[in-house]
Design a protein around this ligand. Structure first.
Ligand code: ASP
Length: 588
């Protein structure tokens, strides 16, 4: 038997027990002859004391061990002396009086100290991920992820959902990204695609009558990595038959509300029930379709008030069909000139030309633009923004798209700089009523705003012929604290409508044929159906208060899509290439 207890188990009531523990040496200290070893395993830390008076042999070995050695110790549990109790660890009331120690495995000095407070280069952490995972933070993230996944499974199992696996080697299911492709050995020149999501399979499972499906699949999208993006990520993918939009939203809301209440009781849900906000409303008010609702700073439309005011920047924007919008930044009057300049540079990254502003003081308004706008008009504009003394009103003027994005980004930056973000708040909402298509492409075709299986609202179907861009869809997004954590829709279940969407997207007959299995399946009796796919990585990231999803993925890739630990991607043997019928053309 390697151990009688784990390193996180012993308590005061175990006093006097003979125990055997095994784990890693977290630290070794020599206190005037007595050697203390903090022994670590996944469950915790236990202090073991080796006194040469008890066993000279054990003491000698204890003296020779170094951090990260794997050892087994035997000894007797005793209370720590008064004043030596360590409240920070669960086993802190006791220690083991060691009388034996075996080194099970020596360890090299690790490239970084486990549980160090110092920042370690991320590539080094990823190259030695198994050491990184020994530390508290990563260990807790991995365990939290497992608990979240288990909660989800239990919740859905209780509600008649069936967990069904779908293929990884499959055919392209476009979700708007590039496919990863895998050459076929048996059929030269043909390729599988890794699924961007199991979208088509889950719909076909509804045609198959499975009624309620879910899985936690890996999805693959060959796109550049960012803080909240990896080429390989995990979703909770689910689909339901005989449902309307609100059935799916209610289920997702209930699932995640109960998950957060049970597993993260310290997180306060901002609003229950979660707000359901229309796309048009949020892009106007927050400048984005994934607003961070933990704070206000709403964007105010001021085009009418600003029109003809004599301030060239506003007049110019408006006469070119643009808009003027503003944010009243609460308490920002304390910003220095250089802080305001920084913000002005910041909005330029999003296409804005600059950042006009008015400082609201007790005595009145202060701004370089007052002389153009005039006191009266400036006052009425400021009034509409709701600004009070101590605030600054920041303006955006120009084409609608630029103003929308730059004010949205400015809002987020202001929320951060003004410390308006309560980290324990979870602002969850659904965004609904998306347009079915994004802006029309240059070739005259339409790109789906979600994916091509999303159903148009029935009352808008007639507009598919006349005004496709006006068609609203049954798409919805789940948004938490400024992140899009999931999306879904009620699907098209009618082959004719599906064909029409393919036409509008500009699919050739050939491309349409690639999806003929969907059209054929619908012809055999498709139930009305819909679903959603919350991203597990982002959800765990937010709940664990981590800044990016790499921290909650056990083995993530770095920003260059490399697995530093395994050394992937890597060249393969010439024979493998030959079998796969691949010739590598090296770029110069
Ligand atoms: N397949 C979609 C996605 O991955 C989700 C869905 O429509 O259910 O975003």
């Amino acid at each position: 038997m390697y151990r009688t207890h784990t390193c996180g188990e012993l308590r005061a009531q175990d006093k006097g027990k003979e125990v055997k523990l095994a784990g890693w040496v977290n630290a070794r200290r020599d206190h005037g002859g007595v050697i203390f070893i903090d022994l670590r395993d996944r469950y915790g830390l236990t202090q073991v004391a080796f006194d040469p008076k008890r066993s000279k042999d054990a003491w000698k070995i204890a003296d020779s061990v170094r951090p990260e050695y794997v050892v087994q110790v035997t000894g007797t549990v005793r209370h720590r002396p008064k004043g030596m109790v360590n409240k920070k660890i669960d086993t802190g009331e006791v220690e083991v009086d060691g009388n034996g120690i075996d080194v099970l495995h020596k360890a090299k000095t690790p490239p970084f100290e486990i549980n160090t407070d110092e920042e370690v280069n991320e590539d080094v952490r990823l190259e030695y991920r198994y050491l990184d995972l020994r530390g508290e933070r990563m260990k807790n993230n991995v365990i939290a992820r497992a608990k979240i996944a288990k909660f989800i499974r239990n919740f859905l199992d209780e509600r008649d959902f069936v967990e069904i696996e779908t293929p990884i080697l499959t055919k392209s299911t476009p979700e708007g990204a590039r496919d990863f492709i895998v050459p076929s050995r048996q059929q030269p020149g043909k390729f599988y695609a890794l699924p961007q999501s199991p979208q088509q399979y889950k719909q076909l499972l509804m045609v198959a009558g499975m009624d309620r499906y879910y899985q936690l699949p890996r999805c693959f999208r060959d796109e550049d990595h960012r803080g909240d993006r990896q080429a390989e990520f995990t979703q909770l993918d689910l689909e339901m038959s005989f449902v309307e939009r609100d059935d799916v939203l209610n289920l997702a809301e209930e699932l995640f509300t109960s998950l957060v209440t049970k597993l993260y009781p310290h997180k306060k849900l901002l609003k229950k029930p979660w707000p359901r906000l229309s796309y048009d409303e949020v892009v106007l008010t927050y400048g984005t379709d994934r607003p961070d609702l933990r704070f206000g700073l709403e964007i105010v439309e001021l085009s009418d008030e600003a029109r003809g005011g004599g301030f060239a920047v506003f007049d110019d924007a408006l006469s070119h069909g643009g808009v003027v919008r503003a944010i009243a930044a609460t308490g920002a009057a304390s910003f220095s000139r250089s802080q305001i300049d920084e913000l002005s540079e910041y909005v330029k990254e999003f296409g804005a030309k600059g950042l006009a502003y008015i400082v609201v003081e007790e005595k009145g308004l202060k701004s370089p633009i007052l002389k153009f706008l005039g006191e009266e008009r400036a006052k009425s504009i400021v009034k509409k923004t709701g600004a009070a003394p101590g605030d600054i009103v920041f303006f955006g003027a120009g084409p609608e798209g630029v103003v929308r994005e730059s004010m949205g980004e400015l809002r987020t930056e202001l929320g951060r700089r003004l410390n308006l973000i309560d980290r324990n708040l979870l602002a969850a909402a659904f965004i609904i009523d998306f347009p079915l298509f994004e802006e029309r492409k240059e070739d005259g075709h339409y790109a789906p705003s979600h994916h091509m299986f999303t159903a148009p609202r029935p009352e808008d179907i007639k507009l598919l012929d006349s005004d496709p861009h006006k068609v609203r869809s049954w798409q919805y997004d789940m948004v938490w604290n400024g992140y899009e954590v999931g999306g879904g829709s009620i699907r098209i279940h009618d082959a004719e409508v599906q064909q029409k969407i393919f036409d509008l997207i500009g699919f050739s007959e050939e491309r349409t044929n690639e999806f003929s299995h969907m059209l054929r399946a619908f012809d055999f009796g498709a139930p009305p159906h819909g679903g959603i796919a919350p991203g597990l990585d982002r959800i765990v990231m937010i709940l664990q208060d981590e800044p990016n999803i790499r921290e909650v993925i056990p083995f993530p890739k770095n920003q260059r899509s490399e697995d530093r630990m395994m050394g992937a991607p890597s060249p393969v043997e010439p024979t493998q290439l030959k079998e796969a019928h691949i010739k590598v053309v090296k770029e110069a």
